[in-house]
Design a protein around this ligand. Structure first.
Ligand code: NAP
Length: 323
């Protein structure tokens, strides 16, 4: 890894050095916010860099009913509270996309506005939507293909839509779309959902039709999406189904480009490998939340962020109980 001193970082860049921290946390979803609270409270000088707004993907969840202490809360509300809590302790720099990280005596973190230096890094970069990778999908993004029912569902009120997938996201999306007046069909590649039982029960109570053992082969383009070509995996037959919108909910891929730049060990799916303290394979780099895989729940991300921050504190400060 290229080594660079703090003076070197400043000299090598015409951009100002915007901050020099004990730890920089990348990503302000549940893992990053939790890491910020724990790192700051432990006495580490830290900042959170977030490419968008604080909250991460949870912001788009209409309803969350499995985060302890909040029997029913919108993703927006939960994450606003979490961000407000974090801001009591740590600065969250929003709109600061990290475009490069380099290791060395200090880590150098580059964003379009400049550079930061840090003794340690916590990666909480989350994930991105997996695509179906079928003809028509890429062309029709925003013109009938969506990865966010909460964001785009409203435009399909009264129209026919399909939701592709069989996990918690697909069923939550289908229930949301049905509740706002869309005519929804779920398309799932197997004969069984992997979603939680209570979501499966709600889907069957609401009478949402499901096409089992079926895959989407093509999204048919006209003026917007006009149909999907479906293949029944049991019979092998393909046919067109008319639809105005396709909501893709087939899981997540980790946002691990920065991890790759740092040479962190990753599993075959691209998730960062961490130990039980959320240390990665590179000293002073930690990872938590969806980018580190696992059960990918808010509660797990919050745990990971806290544990990563505490491991970082131990490594940087070498407290008496570890000597
Ligand atoms: P997921 O649990 O990974 O489910 C993805 C679904 O898409 C699976 O049913 C999978 O089918 C299907 N799929 C994957 N690739 C496909 C392809 N190329 N073509 C067709 N279908 C494909 O993803 P998720 O539902 O987005 O959930 C992600 C994580 O967030 C999970 O841990 C989930 O529990 C969590 N989450 C939780 C909640 C909640 O607790 N309320 C809400 C949303 C998400 P197979 O089943 O055949 O593999």
């Amino acid at each position: 890894m290229e080594r660079m001193t703090i003076e070197g970082i400043a000299a090598a860049s015409s951009d100002a050095l915007l901050g020099d921290y004990d730890v920089v946390i990348i990503g302000a979803g549940p893992a990053g916010l939790s890491a910020g609270i724990y790192a700051s409270r432990a006495g580490l000088d830290c900042a959170i860099l977030e490419k968008g707004v604080a909250g991460g993907q949870v912001l788009t969840s209409l309803n969350i009913d499995n985060y302890p202490g909040f029997p029913e809360v919108s993703g927006m509300k939960l994450m606003e509270s979490m961000a407000e809590h974090a801001r009591k302790y740590v600065e969250i720099k929003e709109g600061e996309e990290v475009i490069r990280v380099r290791g060395g005596e200090k880590f150098e973190i580059t964003t379009p506005s400049g550079r930061y230096a840090a003794r340690a890094l916590i990666l909480a970069t989350g994930g991105m939507h997996r695509k179906l990778e079928v003809p028509g999908e890429e062309d029709m993004i925003g013109k009938g293909v969506s990865y966010c029912a909460t964001c785009d569902g409203f435009f399909y009120k009264g129209k026919e839509v399909v939701v592709v997938g069989g996990g918690n996201t697909a069923l939550t999306d289908a229930l949301h779309l049905e509740s706002i007046g869309c005519k929804v069909t779920i398309i799932h590649r197997r004969g069984q959902f992997r979603a939680d039982r209570h979501l499966q029960d709600s889907v069957s109570q609401r009478g949402i039709p499901v096409l089992w053992d079926t895959i989407v082969e093509e999204i048919v383009e006209g003026e917007g999406v006009t149909a999907v070509r479906l293949k029944d995996l049991k019979t092998g037959k393909s046919e067109l189904k008319k639809t105005d919108g396709v909501f893709v909910a087939v899981g997540e891929l980790p946002s691990s480009q920065l991890a790759a730049e740092l040479g962190l060990e990753m599993d075959p799916g691209g998730f960062i490998i961490v130990d039980k303290s959320f240390r990665t394979s590179v000293p002073f780099v930690y990872a938590a939340g969806d980018v580190a895989g696992g059960i990918r729940q808010i509660v797990a991300a919050v745990h990971g962020g806290a544990a990563a921050a505490l491991a970082c504190f131990e490594d940087l400060m070498n407290p008496y109980y570890r000597r």
